[in-house]
Design a protein around this ligand. Structure first.
Ligand SMILES: [Zn+2]
Ligand SMILES: [Zn+2]
Length: 337
């Protein structure tokens, strides 16, 4: 089978490998669509500490069941599936509390295990969810980032008239924007650095979307809208975390979705004395993943509007380069192996 192997930096090579063998509880999935994630791009740019070459990346994907292990249940050859790529142990304290997203022994397909920039992937059968008929394989490949957004919103208390700010107009920021439409009648504000993405944010329900590339984000927001009740920080830089603290109301909360800077300097006096809640956020549970499928299938969330490029596996390097250089108003690149 054809596989795209990442050898570090911008070196992605197409290779021929044997089709993976499967265990008794595994399913061989023929990948139909696999999306390039910001985290994959980060590795491609040589900035990732978590992804170690050589690696087959790709954790956002859908496909068809090609072969089944003897102990799998509820699936048959030819089924359309979307794969939940976080594999948790089910035994640790976090798993026992239902927080499988922060399982101590978790593995991610495309990070610790070979991923979906390949024609076939072997996955545990429990991680295969039916892809509803009304969703295309390409939309199926965007379910995973939608699950990330669903989880972030689910763990964040939001009242029906709260004003909310989303810092970052990338894919996750845009998905959170869509989800908030049904959660609050208050302001849904988005800040970002690219006009075409902010335009999308407006299309998806932002009541205001502000380009902060040439201005002081805090001053601009305070002047125009004042402080907000809830912030979703979807960048992860020290600068934007500090913006979140400055822009949230006393007693308000900040959900930290982005991951960029490991160490930060923040004004903890502000956090303590204004009773601001800083909330960590990671991945999603199986329930969040199922909710994401349901939301996409019922048309409450538009995934198609995020897909700007569809390329064959042979052109995966081009896909990464388009994203790295932010060409052609790119949002999501999906690969069809
Ligand atoms: Zn991802
Ligand atoms: Zn666990």
């Amino acid at each position: 089978m054809k596989v795209a192997v990442w050898y570090g930096d911008k070196n992605i090579v197409l290779e021929d490998r044997p089709i993976p063998s499967i265990g008794e509880k595994d399913v061989l999935v023929r990948v139909k669509s696999s999306s390039i994630c910001g985290a994959d791009l980060h590795a491609y740019k040589g900035l990732s500490k978590r992804r170690k070459p050589p690696l087959v990346m790709g954790h956002e994907f859908s496909g068809m069941v090609e072969r089944l292990g003897d102990e799998t249940k509820g699936l048959k050859v030819g089924d359309r599936v979307v794969v939940e790529p976080i594999i948790s142990c089910g035994k640790c304290k976090a798993c026992k509390k239902g927080k499988t997203n922060v399982c101590e022994n978790r593995k991610l397909i495309g990070l610790n295990l070979d991923g979906a920039f390949a024609e076939y992937v072997s996955v545990p059968y429990e991680k295969c969810h039916e892809l509803p008929r009304d969703l295309s394989f390409d939309e199926g490949a965007i379910i995973e980032p939608l699950a990330v957004a669903v989880h972030a919103v689910n763990i964040t208390p939001i009242s029906s008239n709260d004003n909310v700010l989303i810092i970052g107009s990338g894919v996750i920021g845009l998905l959170i924007t869509q989800l908030l439409r049904s959660r609050t009648s208050g302001d849904i504000l988005v800040t970002g650095r690219r006009d075409y993405l902010l335009e999308k944010a407006r299309e998806f329900g932002a009541t205001d979307a502000i380009n902060v590339i040439d201005c002081d984000a805090v001053k601009t927001l305070l002047k125009k809208h004042g402080r907000v009740d809830v912030v979703f920080e979807a960048v992860g830089s020290n600068e934007t975390v500090n913006q979140s603290i400055s822009l949230v109301e006393s007693g308000g909360s900040i959900t930290l979705v982005g991951m960029l800077d490991r160490e930060m300097t923040v004004d903890m006096m502000e956090v303590v004395a204004r009773e601001i809640t800083l909330r960590g956020d990671y991945g999603y549970t199986t329930d969040d993943f199922k909710e994401a499928i349901e939301l996409a299938s019922s048309g409450k969330v538009d995934l198609k509007g995020l897909i700007t490029h569809v390329l064959p596996l042979d052109e995966i390097k081009k896909g990464f380069d388009i994203l790295a250089e932010r060409r052609e108003n790119v949002i999501k690149v999906v690969i069809n192996p």
